[in-house]
Design a protein around this ligand. Sequence first.
Ligand code: NAD
Length: 317
Amino acid sequence: MTFEKILVTGAGGQIGSELVPFLSDVFGKDRVIPSDIRLSTADSRFVKLDVTDRAAVDLVVEKHKVDTVFHLAAILSASGEKNPELAYRVNISGLYNVFESALKNKVGLVMTPSSIGVFGPDTPKENVPIETITRPVTMYGITKLMAEYLGNYYHSRFGLNARGLRFPGLISYKTPPGGGTTDYSVEMIIEAVKGKNYACFLKEDSKLPMMYMPDALDSLLKLAEAEDSRLKHRTDFNITSFSVTPKQLETEIKRYYPSFEVTYHPDFRQAIADSWPGSLDASAAVQEWDFHPNFSLQATTMDMISNLRGKQISQTA
Ligand SMILES: NC(=O)c1ccc[n+]([C@@H]2O[C@H](COP(=O)([O-])OP(=O)(O)OC[C@H]3O[C@@H](n4cnc5c(N)ncnc54)[C@H](O)[C@@H]3O)[C@@H](O)[C@H]2O)c1
């Protein structure tokens, strides 16, 4: 049985803050238990949970009779390079605790988002398939790759229904991104809407795969609900909506804000971006669980600006 009691870890983050209302709409509010190491006062359902505390994870899973986990608690790429030890602890020990608790409590499904961070400088740059050279050079990428292998191991060895997909950079406006290398995309749109210019921390031609949050949420649900018999992969599906450079995003934003200016000052995050591919092959997700993104770069930019302004907009150029 799944989706009767759904635990979301890291629920206060960029994805969790939107996944919780999304799952609540689909399955009912009383079936969703948001949790995070940071307590949210806005939602009375929130449970304070540090995933690195095994006993605490067990307690929450047992107490709420959890049958499904969306495990989002993590330290992202740029934050992970600032504190690799914390990234290891949260991304590996935290995941291990969730898998062990899930096994012990016969949890029916554990969703573990992965990332394009699993790729590295030796990975081909374009239309990258799932099975390719993956030699990540960040602690984040190393933990994400290990998480994919751990999920496959728990499935093949113990029958745990672990599933995951490699998110590209995610664009959203409700909660600020949590220290990733693609955060520039969100920041650039927000600054333009505020009427400010933007200093970008990546080079103008750094092409990376991206996705708008509604497509990310839809993808998580589709994979979670996919027929097990259709899945040839489990924890490492590539997904992507579009690929974009900072300059292309700037150009798109200028359709609404013609005087918007971006200057480019690459910092340590440039090396991370350089180690990731520019585009992905998402055909396995299409074949195995009908992945179908709806938002292009143009639609994403328009919807972001529209929501940030709080009203519908029309293009000025
Ligand atoms: N946002 C993206 O662009 C992106 C891209 C690829 C993959 N992902 C993956 O999606 C998942 C969620 O990412 P996100 O963008 O929401 O991240 P985020 O940084 O916005 O949120 C992560 C949340 O985890 C919480 N957290 C940190 N340590 C914790 C701990 N010890 N116990 C419990 N909670 C803890 C944080 O408080 C935060 O609310 C992660 O696995 C991430 O690797 C995200």
